[in-house]
Design a protein around this ligand. Structure first.
Ligand SMILES: [Zn+2]
Length: 246
């Protein structure tokens, strides 16, 4: 059996190839039809989830192995695929969540990085509050900014509302590449509740994609070249979000 490191590095290019294939064909392998699973984020588990790699995640007992990947900067391919603000998100079976945390204390530690979920169980939104900001000092004000590939599912929206109600000194702003299943009444209600709880919700403009590229991607000093329709797609989603929140 290969050691866990070899297994891990071997697994990533395979996943990438699959994503490339899915984008090329416009078909998601094994993705359920729209509207079949409003509670579960409408997405299917993806390999690798093998338990043999669990040893790497010792010390995080509440999470099954290999569900959440946390990193400093993501691969440019993943950014360009996962954050692409297309109307139909074929093959994009994950949520990528880039975060900035400013705690506004005299010795403020700015936290920055990204989380990627495998959609087996815990979602990136929930993982943020388990792994990045498990506790808040009630004497400090926290400004948390996320750039997410897709908007929260119903379950995550409800959890975020609870967290915002419990942590009065925490402010959350979410910049979203794509709206997830926005026609579903439960999803719309979840976003409305989130906004009512004080969460700032915005669609990502072309400039936000550039900022995310500069800040969270292994960009090797290359500047970001927005895909065709980036601005049109932003305007489309922006209109939908405004309708939901009105
Ligand atoms: Zn979720």
């Amino acid at each position: 059996m290969a050691d866990s490191k070899e297994t891990k590095t071997a697994g990533r290019p395979a996943a990438r190839k699959q994503a490339q294939r899915e984008e090329a064909t416009g078909q998601a392998v094994g993705a359920p039809a729209k509207g079949t699973d409003p509670q579960g984020n409408g997405e299917t588990p993806q390999l690798p989830t093998a338990g043999e790699e669990g040893a790497e995640l010792e010390g995080v007992p509440e999470l099954p192995p290999f569900e959440i990947i946390r990193g400093d900067r993501m691969d440019p391919f993943f950014f360009k695929f996962q954050f692409k603000n297309v109307e139909y998100s074929s093959g994009r079976n994950k949520t990528f969540l880039c975060f900035l945390v400013d705690s506004q204390s005299s010795n403020a530690v700015l936290q920055r990085g990204y989380l990627e979920d495998e959609h087996v169980g815990s979602h990136a939104e929930e993982a943020f509050f388990q792994q990045v900001l498990p506790q808040c000092d009630t004497n400090l004000n926290y400004m948390v900014t996320w750039y997410v590939s897709s908007s929260p599912c119903t379950s995550c929206a409800a959890k975020l509302v609870e967290i915002l109600q419990a942590r009065k000194t925490l402010r959350l702003a979410i910049y979203i590449a794509r709206l997830f299943m926005w026609e579903e009444p439960e999803i719309r209600a979840g976003l409305k509740a989130l906004a009512a709880a004080g969460c700032k919700l915005r669609m990502m403009k072309p400039l936000d994609f550039t900022y995310t590229w500069d800040t969270f991607v292994e960009n090797e000093e290359q500047s970001f070249d927005p895909w065709e329709d980036c601005k049109d797609n932003y305007e489309y989603y922006q209109e939908k979000l405004a309708e939901i929140l009105e």
